[in-house]
Design a protein around this ligand. Structure first.
Ligand SMILES: [Zn+2]
Length: 337
C-alpha cells in the first residue's frame, strides 16, 4: 500500500513537471484527485487493512494528497509567470489600436447642424431660449391676444396658468429683441411641444428652427432671396421655391414656402399629391406690433422671420415616411445616417 502511494506521488510529480498549459495542469489535478481517482481508491480501501496499519497508511495517503496539491500550486504560479512574460514579448507598440465602437450624431442633429451651417455662412448667429415659456413670450408678445383664434391652432401643454411648454421657437425672437439693439441676424433651433395625437406625420415633441433678421430697409425681397438660396444649398440647385400668401399673427404679410417636390422633381407623385410642390416652412415680415412690443423703432427698422420643422426637412432629405422613427432609438434605423 505504501509502495503504491509512493508510485502515485512519483508519477504525479513527473506529469506535473511536463505540463505546458494551465489546461493540462487542471487535467492532471482531476486525474489524481477526483472522487474515484487512484488516491481516493486507496483511502477507500483502508478498511481492508489490518487495524494497526490503518493510521500510518492513512497519514501517508493524506501527505501524498497535500504534496500533490502543493506541486500543482507551484506549477500553476510558474505557468502564470510564463504567460505574463509571453504577453509582454508579444506586445508590439507599433500595431494599430483596436477601434472602440463609437456612436454618431442623430439624423436630426445632422440636419440641424447643416441648416445652422448654411445660415452661419449668411452671417447669422445662434441663439437659444427656454422650453418652458410664459404665455407672454409664447403668445402675447407675438401678437396673439388672449382671445386670438390662432391660439387654437397651437394645442398647448400648460404647466400652470401662465407657464407652458413652448409651442414654437418664435418666443426666442422676443427674448433676443428685448435684450439688445438691432440689427439682428439670428438662427434659433429648439424643441417644441404640441398636444397632438402621434401618427406618421405628427408628434407631440418636435424641432423647429427659427430665423429672423432686423435691419434698416429690409423688405420681402430679402426674405425671398435668402430662403431661396437656403433651399438650393440644402436640397440642391435644381429645387425651386414658391411663396403662397398665408397668415401668422406675428408676421405681416405672411407666406407659406413650398419647394418643388424632391421626390418626383415636380412632375407629381403621391407625396406631393400630384401638385409637384411640398410645403416647407412659414415666413413673413415681422409684424410692427411685435417690433413695438420689443421697443424697436418701426420707422427705422424692419425685419423678416421664418420657421421650419426640422423633422419635416429631415424626412424630405432622407426620404423617411414616419416621424416616429426619429424617437424610437432603433439602431438599425440610426446606423443608416
Ligand atoms: Zn412629388
Amino acid at each position: 500500500m505504501e509502495k503504491k502511494l509512493e508510485q502515485l506521488l512519483n508519477s504525479a510529480k513527473l506529469e506535473i513537471e511536463g505540463v505546458q498549459t494551465t489546461k493540462e495542469l487542471e487535467d492532471i489535478r482531476l486525474k489524481f484527485l477526483k472522487k474515484n481517482g487512484p488516491l481516493a481508491e486507496i483511502l477507500g480501501s483502508l478498511s481492508q487493512l489490518p487495524v494497526e496499519l490503518r493510521p500510518t497508511v492513512g497519514k501517508i495517503a493524506n501527505q501524498v494528497k497535500i504534496e500533490i496539491l502543493e506541486l500543482l500550486e507551484v506549477k500553476k504560479s510558474e505557468l502564470e509567470k510564463v504567460n505574463e512574460s509571453k504577453k509582454l514579448n508579444d506586445w508590439d507598440p507599433t500595431r494599430p489600436g483596436r477601434k472602440l465602437p463609437l456612436g454618431h450624431r442623430h439624423p436630426l442633429t445632422q440636419v440641424l447642424d447643416h441648416i445652422y451651417e448654411i445660415f452661419k455662412n449668411f452671417g447669422f448667429h445662434r441663439s437659444d431660449g427656454p422650453e418652458i415659456e410664459s404665455d407672454y413670450y409664447n403668445f402675447l408678445a407675438l401678437n396673439f391676444s388672449i382671445d386670438h383664434p390662432a391660439r387654437d391652432a397651437h394645442d398647448t401643454f400648460y404647466v400652470s396658468d401662465d407657464l407652458l411648454m413652448r409651442t414654437h421657437t418664435s418666443p426666442i425672437q422676443i427674448r433676443v429683441m428685448q435684450s439688445a439693439q438691432p440689427p439682428f441676424k439670428i438662427i434659433a433651433p429648439g424643441r417644441v411641444y404640441r398636444h397632438e395625437a402621434i401618427d406618421a406625420t405628427h408628434h407631440h415633441v418636435f424641432h423647429q428652427v427659427e430665423g429672423f433678421l432686423v435691419d434698416e430697409g429690409v423688405h420681402f425681397g430679402h426674405l425671398k432671396g435668402i430662403l431661396d438660396v437656403f433651399v438650393k444649398e440644402f436640397f440642391g440647385q435644381d429645387v425651386e421655391t414658391r411663396f403662397r400668401p398665408s397668415f401668422f399673427p406675428f408676421t405681416e404679410p405672411s407666406a407659406e414656402v413650398d419647394i418643388s417636390c424632391i421626390f418626383c422633381g415636380g412632375n407629381g407623385c403621391k407625396i406631393c399629391k400630384n401638385t409637384g410642390w411640398v410645403e416647407m416652412m412659414g415666413c413673413g415680415m415681422i409684424h410692427p406690433v411685435v417690433l413695438k412690443n420689443c421697443k424697436i423703432d418701426t420707422e427705422k427698422w424692419s425685419g423678416f422671420a421664418f420657421g421650419m420643422g426640422v423633422e419635416r426637412i429631415a424626412m424630405f432629405k432622407y426620404r423617411i415616411d414616419d416621424i416616429r422613427m426619429f424617437y424610437q432609438n432603433d439602431l438599425r434605423f440610426l446606423h443608416q445616417f
